[in-house]
Design a protein around this ligand. Sequence first.
Ligand code: FAD
Ligand code: PHE
Length: 524
Amino acid sequence: MLAGTGAAYGALSSLGMAPAVADADLARKAFTPIRPGHLIDRVSGTAPKVVILGGGPAGLVSAYELQKGGYKVEILEARQRPGGRVFTARKGVTETDLDGETQTCEFSPGHFYNVGATRIPQHHITLDYCRELGVELLAFGNQNADSLVYYDGKTPLNNKAMTYRQAKADTYGYVSELLTKAVNQGALDKELSKDDKDALSEFLSSFGDLSASGKYEGSSRAGFVGASPGAGLDYGEQRKANAMSDVIQSGIGRNFSFEFGHDQAMMMFSPVGGMDRIYYKFAEAIGANHIRYGAEVTGFSTGDNSTKPWATYKRNGKEEKIEADYIICALPPHLVLKLKSDLPKENADALKSAKPFSSGKLGIEYSRRWWEEDERIYGGASNTDLAIEQIMYPYDHYNSDRGVVVAYYNNAENHIEFEKLKHADRLKKAVDLGKKIHGDVYGKDISSSFSGSWMKTRYSEGAWIDWEGGSHSRNDSPAYKKALEPVGRMYFAGDHLSNSIAWQQGALESGRAAVTAIHERVTA
Ligand code: FAD
Ligand code: PHE
């Protein structure tokens, strides 16, 4: 049916009756939700019961899609909330880390930041579920011409902040000038025809804002010293170009390509009120009576053709057991290994090649939006090679009287420097480093703060995993392939079983894959 629709659409399109759509826009995965009623007549007796271990994105989407087909579902979730690594810090949120330190979030009502997932690109099915569940979205600016770059080094451009717009004007300007020179000097004559060279020179002239002689002599793109041009004879003072060698050696362009990543973009999206809104909506749609919060899974048996699978869990101090027709295990792989189970050795060995990764964030609420008032930075992030890696400005409550700045979102070694500290020391270190970029204002008007370190977070113990020999977007190692296989009557889901690791997309796609596999088996 889908192929037919596509063909008809293509025909209409070539007749000029429908807009032509780029392939990428059609790249939504072929996923057909189970039709309501499809189970009836295909299974005798009552609908099969699927127990789902974990109420993160993968577990919740599994339950939600199974329910569409009439399956009975029960979710066991250790935390008292849905969403797993989708975690929003707002007033009243309390978290005790694995070192025993408890933080309670004191942000002002309505203010928040996302300790885990925070941005969604336009091609992720995460946005489809937002539409389906009625989750309102805000634009999330991933890149901002007026945010800053700051890098350590020995050139005059290092160890001080510069706006992205200036860094871009100078970098694109000089790269364009140099390439124009190379073309004019015949250095590319083997590669390019005369027409190619003309077209390239034309492109470089606009890309770099070059003068008629092909030189970069500064550009209004870099902005103005002080105020922008005004009325009458106020032309403003255009920022001068930095020296070519300083621009090249200081590496001020090193973060430009971040937004080129397929899953990143200048313009992204995030739910109004925090990313966790999506999973509260999932939980509401599934029904509170199908989710057991505070239920920590302690073990499981995968079952086989003749025996049912089951799981044991601790809840309110009591150990309980639940039996199912099928189980979907949507727990992080390294935590599955800690459970008592009859998982065959080769499957358990495969999970050992999923290595948890350190990352975390710290949010500071300021009682004055100095980044907007003083520096005219509205959203986006500043980038640095200091251990904080970046400062992210709020994408909500613009122009209000307060807001939450993410003072670091860092990874691996840079994060470990913070992960090992208590919250108060993390804050102090983050503020000291942030002052290098923003000056003393960074230490003023702080009303409260909250940090999260995923390696030290109970029921996560890692921000995400990396498969040995794989990457976030391509996994084909034997261990990964083994981990994808169902065992007996148990199926597995989670972003780690996808080629979108560290994205809700991966968890949602993998939950759908588990649902499809179970439904195919049940109705075969
Ligand atoms: P999880 O979210 O980890 O869910 C697993 C669930 O299992 C949890 O609810 C947990 O409490 C539960 N559990 C664990 N142990 C037990 C047990 N013994 N018994 C019962 N329940 C248990 N994604 C994006 O789309 N955009 C982003 O910008 C983005 N940024 C991120 C930034 C950070 C710092 C992090 C950490 C993640 C980010 N992600 C982002 C990724 C996204 O959060 C994950 O891909 C997604 O949460 C994975 O879902 P999951 O269901 O596979 O796993
Ligand atoms: N998806 C996460 C984010 O956008 C983690 C990630 C960061 C994944 C960078 C890939 C690249 O922050």
